[in-house]
Ligand binder design. Structure first.
Ligand code: GAF
Length: 404
């Protein structure tokens, strides 16, 4: 019942076809970078905390060739983006910045060109295609940034430092997409490994692979179809509230605070700031404990933490929405489900559910019966579709494909 994860080959073929049609030749360079699902550790990355994402076999592909001179031509195969789908610009010869503009999708490319660590970037022509759903909370933006960066590395190599690459892509998102995101999405897109989740310490940037090799357990991703956009005011507002809380606590970041510190300082902060900080402090603890449970195959225990995480994101951090809450509740009614939660920034997007392999079809049916009736203005009418099931350790697993 679950759609198979689309093969990278399909997206690659689409990109090659469009490249041949547009430029009349075959691309010389072909790269891709994965989207991600976060298993636990939400809104902790910009608080120097821990996250536990895994790279997906949903990828963004960039195919292209160097072009003599300083002209860049990019074409996207994605039909859902703002028009035009072909953009041309010149790389400034004096090192002046490449300003973001319209259409919005091209800003990710411009941002990465701007922050590329081995300038000057040569001219190029390229086509972009992706199987990561846009605005679905599975890091379509980070996978595009990392794919573009990887493409540039093929044209003009940098020093190959993986963490610096992720940071450059994060910078691109800050300056050219206007989203003050943390480092999780870019780092897992660069470092994710097949059949592993990645425990990332967002302070030291140390990433520890956690093997997922139990064929009886599945990770199911379900799209609420409520499109989220992190460029609104809510994400930056959460970030600001966390900084305020850390400053009241006299800490560099909420990573350094305990629940006791928070209770002691409660009278010195407003109720909303208190709730935001409480989510972050406990979510960091859940992520560290959760990674231990996952390592040992303690799925029941991990599932409970997923549910606590969701409840906290809904009640304390207030980044969930009705559709996500309903999907999670529906999943938890099914026998064989260990846990379920919203994943990613929130305000729409996907849920992630950990369950026994035999329960997958039942869980999907149960969630589809919701026939969500969305009231969100940015919603796509909210019906559940495109569930993606990832057999942990099976054939459909998290995978990273850096360079084809
Ligand atoms: C988005 C951001 F891009 C990440 O950095 C992270 O903060 C996430 O929301 C929430 O955990 O995906």
């Amino acid at each position: 019942m679950a759609s198979p994860v689309p093969a990278v080959g399909g997206v690659l073929e689409e990109a090659r076809r469009l490249y041949r049609q547009t430029f009349g030749s075959c691309p010389q360079v072909e790269v891709c970078a994965p989207g991600r699902v976060n298993l636990i550790g939400e809104h902790t990355d910009y608080n120097d905390g821990f996250v536990l994402p895994m790279a997906l076999a949903l990828v963004t592909v960039v195919v292209g060739s160097p072009d003599p001179g300083r002209a860049v031509t990019i074409v996207t195969a994605n039909q859902d983006v703002e028009e035009p789908r072909r953009v041309e610009f010149n790389l400034p010869s004096d090192g002046s910045p490449l300003s973001p503009g319209k259409p919005g999708w091209a800003n990710y490319v411009k941002g990465v060109v701007q922050h590329y660590r081995a300038p000057p970037v040569p001219g190029f022509k390229a086509v972009i295609a992706s199987s990561v759903p846009l605005g679905g909370g599975l890091s379509s933006s980070a996978s595009l940034e990392v794919a573009v960066y990887t493409f540039l590395q093929q044209l003009q190599p940098d020093d190959g430092d993986a963490v610096a690459k992720a940071v450059a892509c994060q910078q691109a998102e800050h300056t050219h997409a206007g989203v003050p995101c943390g480092i999780m999405d870019q780092l897992v897109s660069v470092l994710g490994q097949e059949a592993h989740a990645l425990l990332i310490d967002c302070r030291s940037m140390e990433a520890t692979p956690i093997p997922l090799s139990d064929p009886s357990v599945v990770i199911l991703i379900t799209n609420s179809n409520v499109k989220h956009s992190l460029t609104g005011s809510e994400y930056p507002a959460r970030r600001k509230q966390c900084m305020e809380a850390a400053s009241v606590l006299g800490r560099q970041s909420l990573r350094d605070a305990t629940l006791e510190d928070l209770e002691d300082a409660r009278s010195r902060m407003d109720e909303v700031t208190y709730r935001r900080a409480r989510h972050v402090i406990l979510e960091i603890q859940r992520t560290v404990r959760g990674s231990e449970f996952l390592k040992k195959g303690f799925y029941e225990e991990f599932g409970k933490l997923m549910v606590e995480s969701h409840d906290s994101l809904r009640d304390l951090y207030e980044v969930s929405c009705g559709e996500l809450d309903q999907l999670v509740s529906a999943a938890l009614e099914v026998d064989g489900v260990f846990g379920s939660r919203m994943t990613g920034g929130g305000f729409g997007g996907c849920t992630v559910t950990l369950l026994q392999a035999h329960a997958v079809d039942k869980a999907i049916l149960h969630m589809q019966m919701l026939n969500l009736n969305s009231t969100e203005s940015n919603s796509n009418n909210g019906s559940v579709h495109d569930p993606v099931s990832l057999n942990v350790g099976g054939e459909l697993y998290a995978t990273t494909l850096d360079t084809l």
